[in-house]
Design a protein around this ligand. Sequence first.
Ligand code: SF4
Length: 65
Amino acid sequence: MVNFNRKMVRVDKNKCIGCGACIATCGEVFELKDGKSYVKKGQENSKAPCVKEAVDGCPVQAISG
Ligand code: SF4
């Protein structure tokens, strides 16, 4: 069952252009691998304030969280 109260942080790999902005903004949650941003293991449910900054700062709106 899906818990709608728990927002998952995720990166749309089809949109991500690997600019690195989210890593610079929120390196505790995101990492760059092979030119794409990934949510670090164990950070999928992160409530870190910088996640929102990363969402707002992504030039191609690839991050949801
Ligand atoms: Fe990819 Fe957006 Fe992060 Fe840039 S800011 S690396 S486009 S997810």
